[in-house]
Design a protein around this ligand. Structure first.
Ligand SMILES: Cc1cc2nc3c(=O)[nH]c(=O)nc-3n(C[C@H](O)[C@H](O)[C@H](O)COP(=O)(O)OP(=O)(O)OC[C@H]3O[C@@H](n4cnc5c(N)ncnc54)[C@H](O)[C@@H]3O)c2cc1C
Length: 447
């Protein structure tokens, strides 16, 4: 059998470790591909025993190795970004869902959930593709097409474990839609690549929304957290929420035994160096640049003090901008316009992690992904910072480090990690922020 697209996918993307777990290739593979969880928690694409050859779209739609952001930007918005840190932005806002229950149900300001509900109620869509916890088992999320307000609300919140949303492409039927779609930057890039190819699976996706995405962890992080609390298996979980309670929220695991495990968001982050995925270290898109509307946490000392939930929102396309204006007029969303730079200032650390860090990290790979652009230059001092992170993550991923961290109580490791995180941020801030806004990028097109 001539299975050329499987061979190419394997050689060009999977074997060099460039597949990011977005789910695109599996979703359009017509049953010829699947994910397998590796012992370290990463997901790997494998060939199923379906005798049909892997379709070409599985290779062409995959954003792992080749994902030309300038071309995709032209295709989606008809223009290139003025600012490569943010991607195309028509208007930036700080805001939240006006409805208090929806605001509190969301990860930050409930904005994505509220937009999906509004789209459904005004009949602009018939369903929304989003992630829902607990459909098959209580500890895992899976992509669904939410068809009612209640189903959309059940998908609110952030899921920090690697979950390939685009596997759902195989379930979208001819007559489904129009649909909204929510995904992380690599997942959105996969959808946009397929739209550029006129692939039938994405024909009915009309609105694309997405969270900002800094870091993501493998499910091993949750297993480790459980083990450190004396719980032997995820089978004991009755409910898992990554951002329960008052913004910014905490990890909450309710066990079948009636016991509840909790960790503040910034304490739970101690697991990042041990379980961060390779995909989120590779990707150079933090603000979800190819969406119609992207949403992040509005990190700002005043808002953090207020609590309740505040989002930073970027309207990118005309459709996205019109939708937000309509919702603002109807007082469904509470929005205050801000300058794009003000929005970017809230996330200097993560922008640097993606816009400089990813390009340094990708240079260290034997086969590099092509995002269609790169920074013109990166100061040596910044490369040194990345080397320190490389050593930290390298050590964190060893069995001995993972074993050790499990044997320290959260009450000790959480605050220590938070203190170290703050000191590291303060120490590396001058290097990381220096020249970030003035960074120049160049297209890497080979014509
Ligand atoms: C892995 C991850 C990392 C993030 N990192 C950052 C960060 O570094 N800085 C920052 O400011 N914000 C980050 N965010 C975004 C932030 O957590 C909120 O999702 C965002 O502010 C939107 O809040 P909201 O209240 O409007 O969303 P909600 O109203 O809660 O809606 C969230 C929507 O996103 C979908 N969703 C949740 N998790 C996933 C997922 N893993 N894959 C695909 N869809 C998903 C849900 O199904 C839901 O529809 C991250 C989110 C994720 C999932």
């Amino acid at each position: 059998m001539n299975d050329i697209w499987w061979q190419r996918l394997k050689e060009d993307v999977i074997d060099p470790g460039l597949e990011t777990g977005d789910g695109t290739c599996v979703g359009v593979s017509e049953g010829t591909l699947a994910y397998k969880e590796l012992p370290d928690g990463e997901l790997q694409v494998v060939r199923t025993d379906d005798p049909q050859p892997v379709p070409q779209a599985a290779y062409d739609g995959c954003p792992g190795r080749s994902c030309n952001y300038p071309d995709l930007s032209q295709h989606v918005f008809g223009t290139l970004p003025k600012n490569m840190l943010s991607g195309v932005v028509r208007q930036a806002y700080i805001g939240h869902a006006t409805n208090e229950a929806i605001r509190r149900a969301g990860a930050s300001g409930g904005v994505i959930t509220q937009i999906l509900i509004h789209l459904l109620e005004t009949k602009k869509i018939t369903g929304a593709i989003c992630l829902r916890m607990g459909v098959d088992v209580p500890w895992k999320a899976r992509p669904v097409i939410a068809r009612t307000k209640e189903e959309i609300l059940a998908c609110a919140q952030s899921i920090y474990s690697l979950t390939p949303v685009n596997t759902i492409l195989s379930e979208i039927k001819e007559g489904d839609g129009p649909l909204a779609y929510v995904g992380l930057p690599d997942q959105v890039a996969g959808i946009r690549k397929l739209q550029m190819l006129n692939h039938p699976s994405v024909k009915n996706i009309k609105y694309i929304l997405g969270p900002y995405t800094g870091t993501q962890m493998t499910f091993e992080a949750i297993r480790s957290f459980l083990r450190s609390s004396g719980v032997r298996s995820e089978e004991e979980i009755a409910r898992l929420q990554y951002r329960a309670g008052e913004w910014p929220g905490h990890l909450q695991i309710d066990l079948k035994s009636g016991r509840t495990l909790k960790a503040e968001k910034f304490h739970y982050n101690y697991l990042i160096p041990f379980f961060i995925t390779k995909g989120c270290r590779q990707l150079c898109d933090f603000t979800n640049e190819l969406t119609d509307i992207s949403v992040g946490d509005a990190w700002n000392p005043l808002l953090e003090k207020k609590g309740q939930g505040h989002s930073v929102i970027l309207a990118r396309s005309n459709a996205g901008q019109e939708l937000l204006s309509e919702m603002q007029k109807k007082n469904i969303l509470t929005l205050n316009s801000i300058k794009t730079n003000e929005a970017l200032n809230m996330h200097g650390h993560m922008l640097d992690f993606k816009k400089r860090g990813s390009f340094i990290r990708n240079r260290w790979k034997s086969v590099q992904p092509d995002y269609g652009y790169r920074p013109v230059s990166i100061p040596t001092s910044r490369v040194v910072v990345e080397w320190i992170l490389r050593l930290l993550f390298g050590f964190g991923h060893t069995r001995i480090a993972r074993w050790s961290v499990e044997h320290l109580p959260l009450s000790v490791i959480g605050p220590i990690f938070n203190m170290m995180r703050k000191s590291w941020k303060a120490m590396s801030k001058p290097t990381k922020r220096k020249g970030l806004k003035e960074m120049k990028f160049v297209e890497t097109r080979i014509s």
